[in-house]
Design a binder for this molecule. Structure first.
Ligand code: TXA
Ligand code: MG
Length: 325
């Protein structure tokens, strides 16, 4: 069920009153507040259980409004905004005075994006200001890609949930830092590195790909309850069966090369062949394996091209070491 005009007006009213609204975007659902209301912004951190030093993204209705939120717009930023907005690209720029430090975690830079979802854009237009929104999940867990996921994560802690159907991209936006002469990718996401480089005309630095970053190096994030173990693609079935024999309830993200194979495991998700469909489904697959009672998920990293880079990044983070229980 998708939000009506009445729902959108109601949600805009909730934002004006300092409340929190969960909103659909093309990437994942966000937990939104009036970006210019420091008290409402503080409630986001409380609700998510997120440390206040982690900066948020400010969502705006239109690329034309970018200048209102930042100090200056360098040429590379303008180029990327013109090309990819509305869309799954976030630009980090010098903070404009309008943005409270609460939203930027105290930084003098701000992350901004124009989402490409009719409900998000209708809400931004009806509200008339910026909406600061992290993904609408508890800190560290899997981002929600349906309104039901949001309700399962946050329940009554959010004042209103706008339903915009399942998210079409499924992984978060690509974050590009354009505050320095040389733009760099801070987080791979829905806009591919290849597409960004084609528009910019030069290669971009990507801080960490799986080739240089082994699982276990970074604290977990984007993580299901079940522990995630990454193995070579050809070993997915044997490793899953071994862990199952050892007494685990194993969930498997089964690569297309194994399509139709019988696997002695607790639960199985047959991965789609296209990276678009994999990205769209990824967080739902992880939630499904949790719900089916798996305590261990065995998966392989996809090739890090196109959306495969973002998928590999999220799987690596999901497989990172957990804080002590
Ligand atoms: O697709 C998305 O980006 C979703 C939807 C809701 O828009 N939002 C999202 O927000 O993923 P969140 O808060 O889960 O992730 C935002 C990321 C964080 O990793 C944060 O560190 C980074 O953006 N970020 C925000 N402001 C920043 C800044 N000024 N400098 C560097 N990184 C920043
Ligand atoms: Mg998040």
């Amino acid at each position: 069920m998708t939000a009506s005009t009445h729902d959108i007006e109601k949600a805009a009213g909730v934002l004006r009153a300092g409340g929190l609204v969960a909103l659909p975007t093309e990437t994942v659902y966000g937990l939104g507040a009036n970006a210019e209301d420091p008290v409402a912004v503080a409630r986001i951190f409380q609700t998510k259980g997120r440390p206040p030093s982690h900066p948020l993204i400010v969502h705006i209705a239109d690329a034309e409004h970018l200048d209102d939120w930042v100090e200056t717009v360098p040429a590379a930023a303008r180029l990327l905004a013109d090309h990819f907005w509305p869309g799954p690209l976030t630009l980090v720029l010098r903070r404009g005075r309008r943005v409270p430090l609460e939203a930027t975690g105290g930084l003098e830079t701000v992350a901004v994006r124009v989402p490409d979802h009719p409900v998000a854009r209708a809400l931004l237009t009806a509200f008339g200001g910026g909406i600061t929104a992290p993904s609408a999940n508890r800190f560290g867990s899997v981002s929600p890609t349906t309104a039901d996921h949001v309700r399962a994560e946050l329940g009554d802690a959010v004042d209103f949930v706008l339903d915009g159907g399942p998210c079409q991209v499924g992984v978060e936006s690509t974050i590009v830092d354009v505050t320095n002469e040389t733009p760099s990718i801070l987080r791979p996401g829905g806009v591919t590195r290849e597409d960004l480089e084609a528009v910019l005309g030069f290669p971009l630095a990507v801080p960490s790909t799986s080739r240089v970053r082994v699982p276990g190096q970074h604290p977990s994030h984007y993580a299901p309850r079940a522990r995630v173990v990454l193995v070579e693609p050809e070993k997915v079935v044997t490793e899953a069966e071994l862990a199952q024999e050892l007494g685990h309830q194993v969930g498997v993200l089964l690569p297309p090369s194994f399509a139709g194979a019988t696997v002695k495991a607790h639960a199985l998700v047959a991965l789609p062949g296209s990276m678009d469909a994999y990205a769209r489904g990824l967080y739902g697959f992880l939630r499904e394996l949790d719900e089916r009672g798996c305590d261990l998920i065995v998966a392989a990293l996809p090739v890090e091209e196109g959306l495969g880079l973002a998928i590999a990044n999220r799987l690596l983070r999901a497989a990172g070491p957990r804080p002590p229980a």
